[in-house]
Design a protein. Structure first.
Length: 317
């Protein structure tokens, strides 16, 4: 009987070791694949990325549903249909261009920014010495923005740590540069951002990212309640200069056009009012280049956060 139990224990140990070996080797293969992709021309990566975007569209019903719903909310039917075809390809490009940005030398990565509009806004803001708040929506190549800024000044960006260890390694490799620092999306990260602003430095974040429970408010986004982060709005009360920034993906792997602009009107009022203004600013940016927004991103994922939308709250009272 004891031999049987020992045999079972040995079998279980071998299974666990085999499982761990498989997972580890998979992580190594994925990291190696990213390394390989980083050496390919950007035009090739964008072509392959377009195919990846369509493959994801065909294989994921949930992704299709989110994209179609979000497009129909924001755009007229005819425009939405036209934009959809390009947006599917652009979403795939946003994935396969990451190795080129994260795993190549900083100078090589940022040299792909071939045009910059509005840089004088940043130069003027730096003179105030009260810090700069860069707000980058899920539009175009949002990963290149902080990389480019870091070649001119220190910048700290907020990020949500991934669950996969191999992806965390990629992020640390690609996002942490000499003057580019990362701060986790928690209380400790907020403290890091505030300290950077007090030093007169720049900080950056994705203001259209769905926050965790208790860290946002329900506000209008393209005519529908979306759980919206309040951190960006809070940081504008620190005296920091808010600047909207996004990198337009140029055709045929031609690089990126970096756009910087101030909000159309000063962000004022309560935290909620400022957050709503930021949502409207993001909407205006998206309408300028709707093909390159991540329409498949579930901006309205209240169920994951176990929250109720304003309509559902009133229905349960």
């Amino acid at each position: 009987m004891s031999q049987t139990r020992q045999q079972a224990a040995d079998d279980s140990t071998r299974c666990v070791r085999s499982f761990l070996t498989t997972i580890l080797s998979r992580r190594i293969r994925l990291f190696t694949l990213f390394r390989f992709l980083s050496h390919l021309p950007l035009a090739w990566l964008h072509r392959a990325g377009a195919l990846l975007g369509w493959l994801t569209w065909f294989l994921s019903p949930t992704y299709r549903r989110h994209m179609q719903e979000n497009l129909s909310l924001a755009l007229e039917a005819e425009t939405a249909e036209r934009v959809r075809k390009s947006a599917i390809a652009e979403a795939g490009k946003s994935v396969l261009e990451l190795p080129k940005i994260w795993l190549r030398p900083l100078a090589e990565a940022t040299n792909r920014v071939v045009r910059v509009s509005g840089w004088e806004l940043f130069e003027a803001a730096r003179q105030s010495r009260q810090g700069v708040l860069f707000m980058t929506p899920h539009l175009g190549c949002f990963e290149i923005t902080a990389q480019y800024i870091s070649t001119h000044a220190p910048v700290t960006v907020l990020y949500r740590p991934p669950k996969q260890a191999w992806l965390q390694r990629l992020i640390e490799t690609g996002r942490v540069r000499e003057q580019l620092h990362i701060a986790p999306a928690d209380l400790s990260g907020v403290r890091i951002l505030l300290k950077a602003l007090k030093r007169g430095e720049a900080v950056g974040m994705l203001p259209d990212q769905a926050p965790k429970t208790g860290q946002g408010v329900w506000l209008d986004f393209f005519g529908r309640p979306a759980y919206t982060m309040t951190l960006a709005a809070r940081l504008t009360q620190s005296g920091a200069t808010p600047i909207l920034i996004w990198a337009e993906r140029l055709p045929a792997g031609g690089g990126y056009h970096l756009h910087l602009q101030s909000p159309h009107r000063p962000l004022t009022g309560t935290i909620e009012q400022r957050a709503q203004q930021i949502n409207h600013e993001i909407e205006a940016l998206i309408r300028r280049c709707p093909e390159q927004y991540l329409w498949g991103y579930n901006r309205y994922k209240g169920s994951r956060n176990r929250l109720e939308s304003p309509e559902n709250e009133s229905a349960t009272e």
